[in-house]
Every structure is written in structure tokens, then in C-alpha cells.
Design a protein around this ligand. Structure first.
Ligand code: MN
Length: 484
């Protein structure tokens, strides 16, 4: 599969690297005890440290360190038991300290690898350059007053993990798949909720183009993109913009750009800073961060089964297809739901119901599996009713719809609406006889070799029994009675 983009003067290769900022799931901030809950009253979760008061002293949150290590392990990355917090100096109204405490030359996590599933069914490895811990900034609010801006420092000092990929991504589709995978891993690990709407995950997108086989081109960095769709739009826009400039004989300016969600375009924000513009230096308030291999190994022991391992197990042990397994492990909530449905039942049938009928209902209602009105136990109950021939698969789909609307159990709905399958041979036989007697022409067609007409007969009987006749019995009786 080729990712090359055809320009007017020949093919171009797109090169993308991502810096994902993922908010650490923790009760308190990176260097203070202030709360981290989303949506609180502005400035209600701000300690002296977060407000940048003179003389304040940051104290490292051990939980945030654990979460960073846990994430590093989940990204198959090297854990650095010695790392350093640096001050990244810059002025902005939402940054009262005048610097961000971050990690520069010695991050807590080094190189790693994320395997990403591609749309064509293949997969590719994207390298991780590093993961470091840093503070988030506050938030400026511009829409509360005609002439003033407000500052909310609730975010100030929240622990972020900045996950920097290598420039290994070659298309917008790969970028999307990579972010989805990283988000899935962090959610499995419980280290970030991955909620992009609430800002707990956002990405800086570095895009450049080059002729195939050439060195890396000059890149533009699109800041703070907060959805996968926007990120892909930004990559498409940058690709076209840069190719147009280069093909017209121009050159790309290394700069920071802003994405405009209204138009799907990017525009210049500022010249790209070099690292030395920030005057990084080790934060004198904080000792280097050191922990033992034992600390890392203890965390490793608590890691859950991650998506790649789970997918392999679903395929090897449960016999699911590559596609089904990929869909079911793509999100931790989906996997947990599926496993509860499949528990003690046929794994493939459970997979079909979860990612077929249930997902269709969820999509229609724009809901996530986590707030499905049908619980895993209820869906299991429905599948059991098919298994013991209480209802047919076709009726079960109708029952599922009612379950989705009402939240009631399948058995209750079936009893209430009299949907129990007719397995009484005598009753079905009577219907079969009636239909055969009324349609001698069709009988003759069938006997003349037109096998397909059998389906028509089945349809008639299903209609007469309101879909409740056991389909196997109907088929068998029809074949017997239609024999010349
Ligand atoms: Mn950062």
C-alpha cells in the first residue's frame, strides 16, 4: 500500500510526528495537592503552587510518577529510573509561574513502540521517542466579558504526560489509527481517560513533505488539536499547502500554526521557537527523580492484558476473526462488555451480537457501550433464549430493539408479547398443509426443479405464524411435504 501523494510534478511523501498531551488520571496535581476534577467552579482547585505564589515549593505526586511508568510500560518503552525536572521559561497569562516544570534532556520514559492496525488489515509500528511529565497551564476565557479576558487556573499544574512519536507516520489515516491506539492503551492502563472533548488528550501535529527517499523536509507544527478528525483535516490541509509552495519553487517556513475548526485550515501563529529560546535548566526546587527497578517491576505486575495481547487471545483461543477481534479490543469498555457476554457462551455468537446488533443500536442512539441501556448480562440472556430455541434469531433482533428502548429483560419481553417460538410440529404442520393446498402452481414449480421457491413457502409460513415458527422445523416439514 502506498501513502504517496501525487503532486503536479510527481509524488510526495507525507511525514507526520505527533506530540500527544495526555492528562494523568490522578486525584491531585503533579506538584500540589489541589483537586483535578473536570468542570469545577473556575479557580476552585488552585493551590499556592498552581497560582505561582512566591516562595511556593513543588512536591512531586508519587501517583503521577507511577502512572507515567505504567504508561511507559504499556507503550513498550524504556523506563528511566533517573530523570530530571526542568524549568521551561516563557511568559503567558495562563502561566503564573513564568515557567512550566517539564522534563527536557532526561525524561522519565525513553524509546518505545506502538503497533497500529491499518484500514487494509495490515499493521505498522510507530516509534515512541519519549514520554515526559510536565505541568499543564491554566485556561484563558475570552467569552465572559466584552473587553476583558478571565483566567481559570483549575488546570494549572495538572500532571500531563507528553508522548512524543518519532516521525514514522505517513498519512492522516495512520495518524488517526496511532492516536486511537495510544488512547486505547492509556485507557486500558487507567492512566488517562482519553477524553478529547474535555481536553484530557490533545495533540501537536508536526507535518512535512518530501520526495520519496529524500531527507526530512522542513516541518510546520499545528498546535493543540483536540479531536482525531481535526488532526486529520490539519494533516490534509498542511500536505496540500506545503506541496503547493514547494512545487511553485518556494520553501517551507518552520513555524507554529493554529488549526481553525470552522474552515478546516491552519494559519501561522508564531515563528517556531528553538529549544534554547526557553532557557531550560534543572528546577532547583526539585531533586532529580530516582526510583528503583523494583518500583518498576511492581508496577509491571499490575498491568492489565493490553489490546495487542487481548486481540491475539481472541483470535487464537476464541477463534474470532482478525476484524472482530480488532473491533472488540479497540476500547477497554467494549472488551469488558464482550467478555461478560461471552462468559459461558459461544464466543463467536457473542461477538456477532455485540458488534453487530448492539453496536448498530448504540450508533443509532449515539451512545457508547459504557452507557448501553442493555447490560452485558441482559444481552447474554437474549442469546440464551436463542440457544434453547425459545425464540428465533430473527425474533431476537426485534426483542433486542425493545430491550434497547425499555431496558427490560429479554425473557420478560418474550413472555409479555407472546413471542415464544412455535416448536409444536402439529401446529406448524397445519400451516404448511394450508399453504401447500392453496398454491398448487408453486408446488408444481418446486417439483419442476425450481428450488428457490422453497424460500417463498418459508416466508408464507413465517408470516402466518408472525415469525414464531421454528425455522428449522418449517424447512424440514416443507421439504418432506413438497417431495413429489
Ligand atoms: Mn508539552
Amino acid at each position: 500500500m502506498s501513502n504517496l501523494v501525487e503532486g503536479a510534478t510527481g509524488p510526495w511523501e507525507v511525514v507526520v510526528g505527533l506530540e500527544i498531551h495526555a492528562q494523568v488520571t490522578a486525584q491531585s496535581k503533579l506538584f500540589s495537592g489541589a483537586a483535578t476534577e473536570f468542570g469545577a467552579e473556575p479557580n476552585s482547585q488552585v493551590s499556592l503552587v498552581d497560582a505561582g505564589m512566591p516562595g511556593m515549593l513543588p512536591v512531586i505526586n508519587e501517583r503521577a510518577v507511577e502512572q507515567a511508568v505504567r504508561s511507559g510500560l504499556g507503550l513498550n518503552a524504556k523506563i528511566n529510573t533517573y530523570s530530571v525536572f526542568d524549568r521551561k521559561n516563557y511568559f503567558y497569562a495562563d502561566l503564573p509561574q513564568g515557567y512550566q516544570i517539564s522534563q527536557y534532556l532526561q525524561p522519565i520514559v525513553g524509546e518505545g513502540i506502538v503497533s497500529v492496525d491499518l484500514e487494509d488489515g495490515g499493521s505498522t509500528d510507530i516509534g515512541i521517542e519519549r514520554l515526559h511529565l510536565e505541568q499543564d497551564a491554566g485556561k484563558l476565557i475570552h467569552d465572559q466579558h466584552p473587553r476583558k479576558s478571565h483566567v481559570d487556573l483549575n488546570r494549572s499544574g495538572l500532571a500531563l504526560m507528553e508522548i512524543v512519536s518519532k516521525p514514522d507516520i505517513r498519512s492522516a489515516a495512520e495518524a488517526g489509527a496511532y492516536v486511537r491506539k495510544v488512547r486505547a492503551i492509556l485507557r486500558y492502563l487507567g492512566t488517562c481517560d482519553g477524553n478529547m472533548e474535555q481536553g484530557s488528550m490533545r495533540a501537536d501535529v508536526n507535518v512535512s513533505v518530501r520526495r520519496p527517499g529524500e531527507d526530512l523536509g522542513t516541518r510546520a507544527e499545528v498546535k493543540n488539536v483536540n479531536s482525531i478528525r481535526f488532526m486529520q483535516q490539519a494533516i490534509h490541509f498542511e500536505t496540500t499547502r506545503q506541496i503547493d509552495i514547494l512545487e511553485a519553487g518556494g520553501s517551507i517556513v518552520q513555524e507554529t500554526r493554529k488549526f481553525d475548526a470552522q474552515t478546516g485550515t491552519t494559519r501561522p501563529m508564531r515563528d517556531k521557537e528553538e529549544a534554547n529560546d526557553y532557557r531550560y535548566f534543572p528546577d532547583p526546587d526539585l531533586l532529580p527523580l530516582e526510583f528503583s527497578d523494583d518500583f518498576v517491576e511492581k508496577i509491571r505486575l499490575t498491568l492489565p492484558e493490553l489490546p495487542d495481547a487481548k486481540k491475539r487471545r481472541y483470535m487464537d483461543d476464541l477463534g474470532l476473526s482478525d476484524h472482530d477481534a480488532a473491533v472488540l479490543v479497540s476500547d477497554r469498555d467494549i472488551a469488558l462488555f464482550y467478555e461478560a457476554v461471552a462468559d459461558g457462551r459461544d464466543a463467536k455468537i457473542a461477538a456477532n451480537w455485540v458488534q453487530g446488533e448492539l453496536f448498530a443500536q448504540l450508533a443509532r442512539a449515539e451512545r457508547e457501550v459504557a452507557d448501553s441501556p442493555i447490560t452485558a448480562a441482559q444481552l447474554g440472556g437474549l442469546i440464551d433464549l436463542i440457544g434453547d430455541n425459545t425464540i428465533s434469531g430473527k425474533i431476537a433482533k426485534d426483542v433486542l430493539e425493545i430491550m434497547f428502548e425499555t431496558g427490560r429483560d429479554a425473557a420478560v419481553i418474550v413472555a409479555d408479547k407472546g413471542l415464544k417460538q412455535v416448536t409444536d410440529t402439529g401446529a406448524i404442520e397445519a400451516e404448511v398443509d394450508t399453504v401447500i393446498a392453496a398454491n398448487p402452481d408453486k408446488v408444481a414449480e418446486f417439483q419442476g426443479g425450481k428450488d428457490k421457491i422453497l424460500g417463498w413457502f418459508v416466508g408464507q409460513i413465517m408470516q402466518a405464524t408472525k415469525g414464531k415458527a421454528n425455522p428449522q422445523l418449517v424447512n424440514q416439514l416443507l421439504r418432506d411435504k413438497l417431495k413429489p
